[in-house]
Design a protein around this ligand. Structure first.
Ligand SMILES: [Zn+2]
Length: 204
């Protein structure tokens, strides 16, 4: 009798443990393991615009550099400032954090200074949006970088005063009226045909 009940209990407990192990682990850690894909992160940040040029997204501008996985498995969003000391950078970093938070995406914002941002990182779409917005896009294209160093040395100076087409009428009959426009990264120009003043996004 004693033996029988011991066997019975053993069977019950074996059955019980089998049921327990057959059950999946309780989903208590699900909230932490739900990983936002990099596409989710890009999507959450897609509408973020440059504070100074609201028609251009940070991605088109080349400020939003990368979404990557850090060594500890967390997600990092890499941003690169345009001009060093650009006053908009603090705002941009805050905007990125706020957008990630709003989307419920746990990610760190990392500012990366190298390689340094250049106007070549601007997408063609961004250049066209700049022009449509009334700001002449940077003239110094990628071909300037493929020249030999000695050519760059001399042409850089020339390019700074190169022909900047008017974003309003397209005339190349323009003149620089001030090396600094509404922000330090722009120069003030004036069209000698339609007489409109305009900002020129200086190439760097
Ligand atoms: Zn014009």
């Amino acid at each position: 009798m004693n033996n029988q009940s011991t066997v019975a209990r053993a069977e019950i407990s074996a059955e019980a443990s089998a049921i327990v192990s057959a059950n999946p682990a309780p989903p208590v850690h699900m909230a932490h393991t739900v990983h936002a894909t990099h596409a989710d992160v890009w999507a959450a940040l897609a509408d973020l615009a440059d504070p100074e040029i609201p028609v251009i997204s940070l991605r088109e501008l080349g400020i939003l550099r990368a979404v990557r996985e850090a060594a500890d498995g967390s997600t990092e969003v890499v941003i690169t400032p345009t001009y060093s000391g650009c006053p908009a950078m603090g705002q941009i970093e805050d905007d990125v954090r706020a957008a990630l938070h709003a989307a419920g995406i746990p990610a760190r914002v990392v500012t990366q200074l190298a390689p340094a941002w250049t106007t070549d990182w601007m997408t063609p779409a961004a250049r066209e949006k700049l022009r449509a917005y009334g700001i002449a896009p940077p003239q110094c294209g990628s071909d300037a970088h493929t020249h030999s160093p000695s050519v760059i040395k001399f042409s850089r100076q020339a390019l700074a005063r190169d022909v900047v087409p008017c974003p309003q009428c397209g005339s190349t009959h323009t003149t620089e009226t001030s090396p600094f426009g509404s922000t330090a990264c722009k120069a003030l120009y004036r069209c000698l045909d339609c007489l409109e003043p305009f900002d020129y996004f200086k190439p760097i």
